[in-house]
Design a protein around this ligand. Structure first.
Ligand SMILES: [Zn+2]
Length: 442
């Protein structure tokens, strides 16, 4: 077992059940509707010759049921199964319903975001079209088998095409952002909606995961279904007609979001004084342009800390506090403050505690599932007649499961009253409520 597998496994067990994609029912609806549209468009050509009629029957027979199967394929792809072959295999059935696998894929979901999502679609769609074309030249079970493979590849590819239309899947540097920051950024934009433009220059507002069917998303919904129908048509037409028609590929390319109003999310501190962000740029920027990463901003939770001198080991100081973090505008550093109870000398005296400091991110590991930070802070524990003041500089590791953080930390500390060097350890459980950052360089 690799270290990565252990860490991902541990996070998987702790993670709340929240996806970072269109909801399953939304993917399924887009997939089903687009498959029906593609088959209906092909119906006019199905009586061309006996072979065409037979292949049309394979691809589009019992259309409602076949289209449902396709829609379900798009909904589990990428989240539950990690490659098209799994959709077909017996293993696919158990993989697709396994929570563990779902979390593993959903937590490291960089491929579902712009600009990777459209490339992911392109790569797998290409295989699906090639496979469909090859299947058209086969007969009998070889043909059925080959088409089934192309069908699964196409459904897998289209999942990423659907994601390319979701507002929360664009406008920031996903690989450069931690999992919790990405989740908070993603959730906010999916709900708020974003102005996007396609390569035809048409502009609309698109919402995202969980908002496919709201009235404000009607135009955007029509567009994601239209693009997906082109994608399906490219594959099914290659099989039924036996020729490669490049036009559907170009139609997808013209329709998919290409540019956005990619304003950054202001830190909560800044929006308190300035209101929400105002976009001053005259033009929309391409999704392929370099984007800023999202940062964890508002965080709330509880942590427990413990500090002790190296010499005076019988005088430990502990605290349990509730509090949170806010990002300081322009610095990429968060201020963190918590208040609660302090414990001293084996909990014989209960005192008042304040723990706070400045926290700065320094690196990410495991696709952002783990973030590393430096915390420079002070623990203050006050009784009726004395105060312990213990400054510290610690290293903190955040294990990020969706928008939850489990954060152990450790480092040197200095007890001011006893003038003694020691150490500080802490462990916290926090929830990330908001992100800031993202947006393009301009
Ligand atoms: Zn997805």
């Amino acid at each position: 077992m690799t270290l990565r597998a252990i860490i991902v496994g541990a996070i998987v067990l702790a993670a709340p059940r929240e996806a970072a994609c269109w909801r399953m029912a939304e993917h399924r609806a887009i997939g089903t509707e687009s498959y029906i549209a593609a088959c209906e468009r092909l119906a006019a050509s199905k009586d061309r010759d006996a072979g065409t009629t037979q292949r049309y029957e394979v691809a589009c027979g019992n259309l409602g049921t076949t289209a449902f199967l396709y829609g379900q394929g798009t909904s589990v792809s990428g989240d539950f199964v990690s490659e098209p072959g799994e959709l077909l295999s017996v293993l696919g059935a158990s993989t697709a319903t396994s929570r563990t696998n779902y979390y593993k894929l959903a937590l490291t979901n960089g491929a579902h975001f712009h600009p990777t999502a459209t490339r992911e679609w392109r790569e797998i769609h290409k295989d699906a079209v090639d496979g469909a074309l090859a299947a058209s030249r086969e007969v009998g079970v070889e043909q059925l088998q080959a088409f089934e493979q192309a069908f699964a590849e196409s459904a897998f590819a289209d999942h990423f095409l659907h994601d390319s239309f979701a507002a929360g899947h664009m406008g920031f540097d996903r690989p450069g952002s931690s999992v919790a920051a990405s989740k908070a950024f993603h959730d906010e934009w999916n709900e708020r909606g974003r102005r996007v433009a396609n390569r035809r220059g048409q502009i609309w507002i698109t919402y995202g995961d969980g908002y496919l069917d709201i009235p404000q998303n009607r135009d955007a919904r029509r567009r994601v279904v239209a693009a997906s129908a082109e994608s399906v048509y490219g594959v099914v037409a290659a099989f039924v007609l036996g020729t490669r028609d490049p036009e559907p590929d170009y139609e997808v390319w013209r329709e998919v979001p290409f540019a956005i109003d990619d304003q950054e999310l202001l830190p909560t501190f800044e929006s308190l004084f300035r209101g929400s962000e105002v976009l001053t740029r005259p033009t929309m920027l391409p999704l392929l342009a370099v984007k800023r990463r999202a940062e964890k901003d508002g965080i709330l939770g509880a942590w427990s800390s413990f500090t002790m001198g190296f010499e005076d080991a019988d005088h430990p100081i502990g605290a349990i506090v509730f509090g949170g973090d806010l990002l300081l505008p322009g610095l990429g550093t968060r201020i963190e403050v918590g208040a609660g109870i302090g414990l001293e000398d084996s909990a014989r005296h209960v005192r008042f505690a304040v723990d706070g400091g400045f926290v700065k991110g320094i690196a990410l590991s495991f696709s952002g599932l783990v973030s590393h930070e430096i915390d420079a802070g002070v623990l203050l524990v006050a009784g009726t007649d004395d105060v312990d003041v213990v400054p510290r500089i610690t290293y903190r590791l955040n294990v990020e499961a969706g928008d939850w953080l489990v954060r152990p930390e450790i480092g040197p500390a200095y007890d001011v009253s006893s003038a003694e060097l020691g150490f500080y350890v802490g462990i916290g459980i926090m929830k990330v409520l908001s992100a800031s950052g993202g947006g393009g360089f301009y």
